[in-house]
Design a protein around this ligand. Structure first.
Ligand SMILES: C[S@@+](CC[C@H](N)C(=O)[O-])C[C@H]1O[C@@H](n2cnc3c(N)ncnc32)[C@H](O)[C@@H]1O
Length: 334
């Protein structure tokens, strides 16, 4: 018997079908226009995703990466709230629905889902793609402008993925406050750049002021130990490259790493990671160097050597973004 397709597989197939319907030159041109628009000044007064060509390009070119980043953030969040399953979900600035797919991939089952966005073509394509996944067939795709007048219905989970970047400071505040009043859990994902990290920290501070605790990536809800301007907290999610990617970017790599920053905060009881691996571990002969964010609000480099036994084996398997130590490792001396 074949394994049932995962939401990630179903999404990949649905996106490949979408691009198959387009002449390759037209698809590549739409992506190039999209990249140029995103390089221009944001925030904008009107949606960047204006027509079907824009949204097909966005979905085919960016959605696998935004899906992978949100999926990774949600996995870390789910680890910190074991046993909790959101009963409802609102995705603000949800576009073609990457975060709805990521929520569905993280927690199975069907729940009421609403996607809010001001770009009608994005919502229409999101609905079309979601038809491929039974759990997403009843999603409500609703036109809504993020701003002072934004209201978000009461829900268990709000996601905001790759949106803060497109908003003015006032609209970012309005969005985070609306999410905090509506939801028991808020997950915000941005590009893994110094600016993306700064927007995540701004949102993190607001959520904590509203009474939320940070579930991930931080091991605590106190101030971030990174001195502003010196570094930025970010992670990487591996994404298979589509033929459209190879066409636009050239090269033959089968994958690329999507860099992202995120915060997952909640009013639920949380069990955050004891520490978090905040850079790619460096494996040396007989030792592994781990850069950790630790619960006493410090960043530290720890060296795990063969002498640490099972913990050394765990360190060799540890990945950037993982909790440390992993739940199953025994922990003498660390
Ligand atoms: C980069 S896309 C991200 C889409 C999706 N969340 C994802 O992760 O793939 C940004 C989305 O935010 C929406 N957006 C930007 N400004 C908005 C505003 N003021 N009101 C509503 N939606 C907005 C855009 O239309 C677009 O769909």
């Amino acid at each position: 018997m074949n394994d049932p397709a995962t939401p990630a597989d179903t999404l990949r197939t649905a996106l490949a079908d979408l691009v198959d319907g387009l002449p390759p030159r037209q698809a590549a041109q739409a992506v190039e226009r999209l990249i140029a628009n995103y390089r221009g000044a944001t925030p904008t007064d009107a949606p960047i995703l204006r027509d079907r060509a824009d949204v097909v390009a966005y979905a085919a070119y960016r959605m696998p990466a935004t899906f992978a980043a949100v999926r990774s953030a949600l996995t870390a969040f789910a680890d910190a709230v074991p046993g909790w399953v959101p009963g409802s979900h609102v995705d603000v600035g949800g576009g073609t629905g990457a975060a709805t797919w990521a929520v569905s991939a993280t927690w199975g089952g069907v729940r009421p889902v609403t996607v809010l966005d001001w770009a009608e073509p994005a919502l229409a394509l999101g609905r079309e793609i979601a038809a491929a996944h039974p759990a997403l067939r009843d999603v409500r795709w609703q036109r809504s402008r993020i701003g002072a007048a934004l209201t978000v219905e009461s829900t268990d989970l709000v996601t905001v993925s790759y949106v803060l970047n497109e908003l003015t400071g006032a609209d970012r505040t309005a969005l985070v406050d609306a999410a905090a009043s509506a939801a028991r859990a808020v997950v915000i994902v941005e590009a893994g750049t110094p600016d993306g990290y700064a927007r995540v920290i701004e949102a993190r501070d607001r959520l904590i002021s509203a009474g939320f605790q940070v579930a991930a990536p931080c091991p605590h809800s106190a101030a971030c130990p990174i001195v502003p301007g010196t570094d930025w907290c970010h992670f990487a999610a591996r994404v298979s490259r589509s033929s459209l990617h190879r066409q636009v970017k050239g090269g033959s790599l089968a994958y690329e790493d999507e860099k992202f920053s995120y915060v997952a905060a909640t009013r639920l009881p949380v069990d955050p990671a004891p520490s978090r691996v905040v850079r790619r571990p460096q494996i040396r002969k007989g030792q592994v160097l781990l850069d950790l964010c630790e619960p006493d609000e410090q960043l530290r480099r720890r060296t795990v050597t063969k002498r640490h036994g099972d913990l050394y084996k765990a360190a060799r398997d540890a990945d950037w973004g993982d909790p440390w130590p992993p739940p199953e490792a025994n922990q003498p001396g660390q």
